[in-house]
Design a protein around this ligand. Structure first.
Ligand code: XMP
Length: 330
């Protein structure tokens, strides 16, 4: 078993199902040795790193793993349901589902400063997770989906090394990080070998604060719902292209513009939101270019969004590159 936080120079890159299987077998043995008959707690967001970590731990220690999925109301359409379906129903995980939607949205009501929004979401997440942890007995370990780039970036001082916004030290757990020496592409190969669904394994990057940073300005429930619906349409339609961009989603800012709604042939002024399509290509998220999206796809998105998403009267396409525009709007 590989120890420490340094990936050995001779460690073979996991690129095939056979190599993934060998890694899985090795980790099952190592995890059983480390954990014994103790319990492990894991914050399961549904992202690829935490999902692969959870699936590995379930294989190794079964019900000794307690997964906590916090639904903060800022997840994409269908995500919380899929976490429950895959982990509780299909993999038989010991999963605690926390519906914290009202709690997060109440705290965020009226807050329009992006950094304050991020801080509220991060702090609330820690509080909810710590409260759940306090209800449990006999937890010795904390599972984390740390991957090798997290370790490298933390050593270089780019970002703090944590996965869930930093858990309070008083929780006092020992860490279990079975994929910490793997690169993202390897985590995906392992995830596939563990039988996780493709839309989980090949999930696009998604900010921790979720749709919160795309519901630009002070979040309201109706605009957040419009964003979630429009995002599902944008991802579905752009996802049909033969070559999909690295990341694609949409934004719904607070701003409203004038539109017309016809009822029984009579036009009436309708102040509506705009859905802004954002699609970028990048390798490191530091520099991003904007790929061409066929006009036909843009029109299909426009038609579906305008027909089905309440409150929206315009669809725009953001063609700004990074720099100078960041990928996310907040
Ligand atoms: P920006 O907007 O800085 O985004 O150009 C670069 C990449 O990082 C993602 N992103 C985040 N990821 N927490 C995260 O885990 C965040 O707060 C956050 N903000 C941006 C973004 O989606 C893009 O892939």
């Amino acid at each position: 078993m590989v120890q420490g936080n340094k990936r050995p120079d001779n460690m073979e890159r996991i690129t095939t199902p056979a190599l993934a299987q060998a890694f899985i077998e090795e980790q099952i043995t190592a995890l059983r040795e480390q954990i014994g008959d103790n319990k492990v707690l894991l914050a399961l967001s549904g992202g690829v790193d935490s999902s692969v970590t959870a699936a590995l731990l379930i294989k190794a220690v079964g019900k000794q793993l307690v997964c906590v999925h916090v639904n903060h109301g800022l997840l994409r359409k269908g995500e919380p349901e899929q976490v429950v379906k895959v982990f509780r129903e299909e993999l038989g995980a010991n999963l605690i589902y926390v519906d914290a939607v009202d709690r997060f949205l109440d705290k965020l009501a009226g807050v329009d400063d992006p950094e304050t929004k991020r801080k509220i979401i991060g702090k609330e997440f820690i509080d909810v997770f710590a409260e759940e942890a306090a209800k449990l007995e006999g937890i010795k370990f904390l599972g984390q989906g740390t991957i090798y780039p997290d370790i490298l970036e933390s050593e270089q001082g780019v970002k703090a090394h944590h996965n869930v916004g930093g858990l309070p030290p008083e929780l006092n757990f020992e860490l279990v990080e079975p994929v910490k020496l793997l690169y993202k592409d390897e985590v995906r190969v392992v995830g596939k070998a563990l039988g996780l669904p493709d839309n989980m394994v090949f999930r696009q990057p998604f900010p921790g604060p979720g749709l919160g940073v795309r519901c630009v300005g002070a979040i309201t429930r109706d605009r957040l719902e419009a964003l979630r619906e429009a995002d599902a349409i944008v991802r579905e339609e752009i996802g049909k292209l033969p070559e999909t961009p690295w990341q694609y989603f949409c934004i719904v800012p607070e701003f409203k513009s004038t539109g017309i709604k016809y009822t029984d042939g009579k036009g009436e002024r309708f102040m509506g939101w705009m859905v802004v399509i954002r699609a970028v290509n990048t390798t490191d998220a530091v520099i991003a270019t904007v790929p061409e999206i066929p006009f036909k796809t843009l029109c299909t998105i426009r038609e579906r969004v305008i027909d089905t998403v309440p409150g929206v009267n315009r669809v725009l396409w953001d063609i700004s590159e990074k720099p100078v525009a960041t990928i996310e709007w907040e």
